[in-house]
Design a protein around this ligand. Structure first.
Ligand SMILES: C[S@@+](CC[C@H](N)C(=O)[O-])C[C@H]1O[C@@H](n2cnc3c(N)ncnc32)[C@H](O)[C@@H]1O
Length: 313
């Protein structure tokens, strides 16, 4: 594990979208071998997608993430669709400095041109992260899975000036582009990117404030948004590193309902599902002793998915 430095090598990336999931180029190979659905939506349904200005004007290639679940047909047909509803909510609810920040659209475009996949949270979800971080009065935040730093910006902008944000990323290119995002977004506190396998990085971290003997040592908010196969370990580490009352957010925890099926084979998505199911099994055994949990299904820009929220008791 090492911290980000400016001299990291760059990697040539295709101008359009590359097949990958929530992990490094290793999974690119795995995914390329699988049949991968490509979702296309009319341009006006996705006003915030970065690819709008570099792809054909009529349509936007929606996703590089072959794991992305389909939209359930009962919310994706007819005049009223979840996509259109997200676009409507975006026009009504996105705020300056948050989801409506044009600097972030410039950063999104740069990430796209560097070949980074479009798997960041949506602007609405970014604002949800801000709301949650502000609501728990977070001053110390841990993020697992940086990508190009989009969600990190929402989290960092929710912190007080004396705050701290650590973000963990395996891919040096993602870290490099994220650092540029943080500079352009003029973030203060400035996020610290830890490059390496998140499991290894986490083992080397201590609860912030512990060394100083602070009573409320530990992160106030943990956002888990990397590979799902390691979710059980990420969650246990999040518990170790966070204070009592902290909020832990696990993104993409529903996966089109696929979490309800048994692990089937050795594909990347099955590893995601297996990791999530192991976490849910742990939650069942914990039975409300260590954490209080809630799973929420969502539809919209990120299709049918959802998140789990936990508070440490
Ligand atoms: C879904 S993206 C994160 C999106 C970001 N949180 C956002 O919404 O803007 C997942 C990120 O986790 C990183 N990642 C995947 N596996 C990892 C691992 N084992 N350790 C650290 N980072 C990992 C990927 O490289 C990718 O950048």
């Amino acid at each position: 594990m090492k911290h980000f430095c400016r001299s990291l090598p760059t990697r040539p990336g295709p101008r359009l979208l590359r097949l990958t999931s929530e992990s490094s180029s290793k999974s690119t190979i795995l995914h390329a071998a699988r049949p991968s659905p490509v979702f296309t939506v009319p341009h006006h349904h996705r006003p915030f997608t970065m690819s709008a200005d570099v792809l054909a004007p009529q349509e936007v290639v929606y996703s590089t993430n072959s794991d992305r679940p389909p939209m359930p047909s009962d919310v994706a047909t007819g005049e009223h669709t979840a996509q259109k509803t997200d676009a409507y909510l975006d026009t009504k609810l996105l705020a300056p400095g948050y989801g409506a920040d044009q600097v972030l659209e410039k950063c999104r475009k740069r990430a796209h041109e560097a070949g980074i996949p479009e798997i960041a949270v949506s602007p609405q979800q970014g604002q949800l992260l801000s709301i949650l971080a502000k609501s728990v009065g977070a001053s110390k935040i841990l993020e697992i899975g940086t990508l190009w730093g989009y969600s990190t910006v929402f989290l960092a902008r929710s912190l007080p000036k004396h705050g701290q944000i650590d973000t963990l990323e395996i891919d040096p290119l993602h870290a490099k582009i994220s650092n540029q995002t943080f500079i352009d977004a003029d973030l203060y506190p400035f996020p610290k990117i830890h490059i390496g396998k998140a499991v290894d990085t986490l083992k080397g971290l201590s609860p912030p404030g512990e060394a100083e003997g602070l009573k409320d040592a530990g992160y106030d908010f943990v956002f888990i948004d990397a590979d799902k196969g390691n979710i059980p370990e990420y969650f246990q580490q999040a518990l170790r590193l966070s204070r009592k009352g902290a909020l832990i957010f696990i993104d993409n925890a529903i996966r089109g309902g696929r979490i309800t099926s048994e692990y089937r084979s050795n594909t990347h998505e099955d590893a995601n599902i297996a990791g999530l199911r192991k976490f849910y099994d742990w939650a069942e055994k914990d039975n409300g002793k260590t954490v209080l949990l809630s799973g929420t299904q969502t539809v919209g820009a990120k299709h049918w998915d959802g998140f789990v929220l936990a508070t440490k008791l």
